[in-house]
Every structure is written in C-alpha cells, then in structure tokens.
Design a protein around this ligand. Structure first.
Ligand code: SF4
Length: 255
C-alpha cells in the first residue's frame, strides 16, 4: 500500500505523449513556489476552503460544496493499475505512466511494484523526481527520468527549498551511470533564480551528463497558492516571468 493524492488521466504535461500521472504524497523539500504543497505530508490530510462553505452543518455526512476535502488515500497496486489499464489504448508509441508527487522515491517499494506491473502489461514508465532521495533499483526501471535542478547555489537552494543541493547534484551524477535518459528542468522563479549566470551554471552541469537528453526551463505559475491557503500555509506569490525573459533564458539554456 502507499498514499497517493491523485491520478490524472490523459495527462499531456508530464512526459512525452498521453500519460496517466500518479501523484505520490510526501516530499522532503519545501519549495516556496511548489505547485502541489498538498503533497508535502505523506499522510492523508484535510484541505479547507472557507469561501466554499455555505454553513449547512452537514460536515459529518460529507461536504457537498468541496469546502472540506480529503487529500490522499491508502491505495494498492491494483487500485493504481485499474485506471492505467483503462487508459492503455490511448498511450500510443510515446505515452505511458508518469510517477510524480510529491516525491515518488519516498515510497519507492510501491513505485517499483507499480512499475513492474506496468512493464508486465507492456506499458512504459517515467518519473518526476527532486532526486533528494536515490533509489537506483527504481530509477533503473524508468524510460525517462525528469529531474529539477532548481538553483545552483547551495545556500540559496537551502533557503528556498529547505535542503541544500549538494546531495541532489551528487544523486543526479549517480543516476547518470544507470544509462536511463534524463531530462533536466529548472522552474524559473523571478527574484530567485532568473539570472543568466544561474541558468548558465546549471546548463554547464547538464553538459557533463552522458544521459541528459535535454535541459528545459519551466515558467513559474502560482498554481499552488489556493491549495496552500486550504492547508493554512502562507506561501509567497512570486512575479511570473515574461515571455521575453523566458526566451532570453532559453537561449542561455541551449546544450
Ligand atoms: S520538490 Fe516538487 S513537490 Fe517537493 S516541494 Fe519542491 S516543487 Fe513541491
């Protein structure tokens, strides 16, 4: 069993082709711009949206307006496999399953069991990971590893994500020995890591990796703010990068 908080069908943004995306609860990082802060705690939890509450008093029977929702549930491999097999006809040559979160490596034994079950049905699997945890037995089974290098400076990485990046960079170098294609990505957060020098330093690191198939920049979007509020968290709102700024940084990110 493992705790997951969503299964997205027909996903188009978490790897190549059409994908079923499995969201694992639990993450060792606390990125201040996180899209999925509801993933941080590995335990199921309640999210509260006071603006949706109509004071009907029916909380005990279940909230019909969505003002109170449970995030996360214990599931079995079979529970996860069911929608995956239903979606299989749509995957085509490129698509498949993406394990994401949160940090899927935190519940690696379950992630591995799901991966092996997918493999047995001829379905490819990719992972989105912070690489703060390193489980080579799981990573070696992937068709693609998508990993963020969020910023280059260790102290600033610690300030904005709660952990330094030395172990993360080391784990990426170790994963590079597994022979699995790796896509490196940086979320561009204005005022935090949107400098040309920062992107160039990460690009130079990516160039040293034998199995890197690309380096992508992802523009910040404040997707996580409503969910953070529902958890009682005060997350900052960063400015969004302009199109022009992204174009300029993308030139710098070319391998
Ligand atoms: S690693 Fe991902 S899931 Fe974890 S806090 Fe950072 S952005 Fe959120």
């Amino acid at each position: 069993m493992a705790v997951i908080f969503d299964i997205e069908r027909s996903g188009m943004h978490d790897g190549p082709g059409i994908r079923t995306v499995v969201f694992f609860k639990g993450c060792p990082l606390r990125c201040r711009w996180c899209h999925n802060p509801e993933s941080w705690d590995v335990q199921p939890q309640q999210l509260v949206y006071p603006e949706k509450c109509i004071s009907c008093g029916g909380c005990a029977e279940g909230c019909y307006t969505g003002a109170r929702t449970m995030c996360g549930a214990d599931v079995s491999v079979q529970d996860v496999l069911k929608p995956i097999l239903a979606d299989k006809p749509y995957y085509g040559a490129e698509g498949g399953v993406t394990l994401t979160g949160g940090e899927p490596q935190l519940q690696a034994d379950f992630a591995l069991a799901v991966t092996e079950a997918c493999r047995a049905h001829g379905i490819g699997v990719a992972i989105e990971t912070s690489m703060a945890i390193y489980r080579p037995d799981l990573l070696a089974q992937m068709d693609l590893i998508m990993v963020d290098v969020k910023m280059w400076d260790d102290a600033r990485h610690r300030e904005y994500t709660g952990v330094g990046n030395a172990a993360i960079l080391d784990n990426i170098r170790r994963a590079d020995t597994l022979g699995v294609p790796m896509l490196i990505r940086t979320p561009v957060i204005p005022t935090v890591n949107d400098r040309v020098e920062e992107i160039a330093a990460i690009r130079d690191f990516v160039r040293t990796l034998k199995n890197a198939v690309g380096y992508e920049l992802l523009p910040y979007h404040p997707f996580g703010l409503d969910k953070a509020r529902a958890m009682g968290l005060d997350m900052p709102r960063f400015p969004e990068p302009t199109k022009e700024q992204m174009e300029q940084l993308k030139i710098c990110a070319q391998l």
